[in-house]
Design a binder for this molecule. Sequence first.
Ligand SMILES: Nc1ncnc2c1ncn2[C@@H]1O[C@H](COP(=O)(O)OP(=O)(O)OP(=O)(O)O)[C@@H](O)[C@H]1O
Length: 610
Amino acid sequence: MLKKDKFSFGSLLRLLRDFSQGNVRALVFAAVAVLVSTVSLAAVSYSLKILLDNYVLPMLAADSRDFQAFYYFLLSLFLLFACGTYSCYFYNLTLINIGLKFLLKLRLRLFTKMQKLSMTYFDRQQVGKIMSMYTNDISSMQNLFTQTIAVIWQNTLQIVFSLCLMFFLSWKLTLFALAFVFFMYIIDQKLGAYSAAYFAQRQKSLTELTGFLEEQLQAIKIIKSYNQTDNCLQKFRDINDKLTDSQIKATVIGQSMAPLISSIGNLQFVLIALIGAFWATNPANGVTIGNLAAFLQLSRSFDQPFAELTYNFNNLIMAAKAGEHIYKLIDTPEENDTGIVELTYTPAKLPAWKIYEPDNQIKVRTIKGKIVVQHLDFAYEPQKEILHDITFTAEPGEKVALVGSTGAGKTTIINLINRFYEVADDKIIYDGIDINTIKKASLRESMSVVLQESHLFSGTIYDNIRFSRPEATLQEIEAAAEQAQADSFIRRLPAGYDTFIDPEATELSGGQIQLLCIARAILADKPLLILDEATSGIDTGTEHLVQKAMNNLMRGKTVLIIAHRLSTIRNCDKILVMDQGSIKEAGNHKQLLDLKGIYYHLWNGTLELD
Ligand SMILES: Nc1ncnc2c1ncn2[C@@H]1O[C@H](COP(=O)(O)OP(=O)(O)OP(=O)(O)O)[C@@H](O)[C@H]1O
C-alpha cells in the first residue's frame, strides 16, 4: 500500500499568505459574498418550516385564505434565492480574477528567479521538472485559488449554519443526524487517506512524464541513430503505466466515496423522515410538519459539504505539493555576485571598465582584453579536483587555443572565465582586475561566446542576429551577416532576413546555423571572444565559409578557442595542450613541434585526441 505523502502545510500557508498580499480587500469581499450566499441558501431551507407551519397548514385548516401575505412570503423567498445566486456569482468572479492575476505574477517571479540562478542549479535539475512547475504545478494552484478556497469556506459555513438551524428545529433529530455524520467521517478518513496518497503519486508521475518527454524530444536524433526507439518506448510505457495506475486508483477511490457517502446520507434521510413523522404525530415532542420538512432539507445541505470537503482536500494537497516545488526554486540561493566593477562605454563608444577607487574616485579604463590565469585549481564537487594549477596569459589581441582529449578541462576553464562557477580570488585577472570584483553581467557583456552547439531562438533571422545587441540597426545586422559569410544564403531564403526560424523545425543546415551565430558574435563586437569550435554538422563547402567567417570575427580581438582539429589553430599565438586538468605543453605551433611532445605526436597522427 502506498504511504501517505507528507502534507506540506508550511508551503500551503506561505502560498495563502503570498496570495492574500495585496488582495486583502478582494478576499474580504469574496468571504462576505460566500457568507451571504450560504446564509441565503440556509434561510431558504429554513423557510420551508414557515411556509408549511405558518401558511400552507393554517390555510388548509381555515375557511378564509390570506393569499396576500402568502405572496409576500414567496416574493421574499425569491429575493433570498436571487441574493444567494448573485453572491455566488460575484465571489466566483472575484476569486478567478485575483487568482489568475496571482498566478501570472507567480510565473513571472519563477522566471525572474530562474534567470538569477547559478549554473550549479541547472546542472542538478532535470529541465522537464522545471517545465512542470510552469504547467502542472501552476494548474494545481489555479484550482486552489479559483475554486478550492471558496468551496472549503462555503462548505464550512454551510455545515455550521445548517447545524445551528437543525438544533433550533429539533435537538433530538440533530443528535441522531450527527451520529450518521460521525459514521461518514470515519469512512471518509479511511478512503481519503488512500486517495490523497494516490493523488500525490499522480502529481509525481505527471512531473516524471513531462521530464521524460522533454528529454526524449531533445535527444530524438540520437535515439533514432542508436536505434533505441524500442527501449525508450518501454521506458515511456513504464512511466505512463505508473501515471495511469495512480490516476485510476486516485479517481476510483475518489469517485467511490461519493456513492457510498450518498447512500449513507439517503439512509439517514429515510430514518429521519420516519422518526420525525412518528414524533410529529404527538405535539408533546415539539416536532411540527414544517420542522420536519425544513430539517430534512437542512440535513441534506449538511451532509453534502462533507463529501465536497474531502474532494477539495485532495486539491489542497496537490496545491501544497506544487507550492513546495515552486518555493524550493524561489528559495534557492541566487548566483552570488559581489562584483562592483562595471562595464561602461567611452564617448567614442569603446567598451571600458568603470572602477571605483578606494578614495571614491571613479576611473574609466578601456577594455584591452588581457586574461591572466594563475595557479588555478577547481572542483565542481568537493574532493574531486578537475583543474590543477592552470597558469597562462592571453595578451590583448592574442589567439590562444586550448587542445586536449575529452574531459581534459577545456570547457571548465571557459566556464570559470565566464564566472558560471565560483573561483578563489586573484586566480583569473582580466585587464589587471580580479574577475571576482567585476559584476557578472558586465563581465559577460564584455565577451562574445560562440558555442559548439549553436542555438537559435524562435524569431526572424534579424531577431536571431540582433540577440547579442538588441539596439542594432538593420544595416548593422546585415553588415555583420556579410562579414559572417551568411548574407548570401540568407538572401536566397524566401523571406530573406525576415524568414521566421523555428529552432525545433528549422531547415537550415548545421553550417548555416553556425554562420548565423558567428554573425551574432560579430554584431556584438566584444573585446574578448570565446570560441568552442564546432566539430560536426558542417560540410566541407560550408567549413571553408565558417573558417573565413571565424577569421573575420577574430580580427583584432583576444580569442580563447577550444579546438578539436589542429589544422584550424596552427596560426594561433599560443597553444595550450591539456590532459586530465593540467597544461602539459604550451607554445606556438612551431615551438610545440620542436618540443616533440604530445602536440608533435598529435600533429603527426601518431597520437589522437579522444
Ligand atoms: N557541471 C559539471 N559538474 C560536475 N562535473 C563536471 C561538470 N562539467 C564538467 N564536469 C567534469 O569536468 C571534467 C572536465 O570537463 P570539461 O567539459 O571541462 O572537459 P573538456 O576538455 O571541455 O571536454 P570536451 O572536449 O569533451 O568538451 C570532466 O571530467 C567532466 O565530467
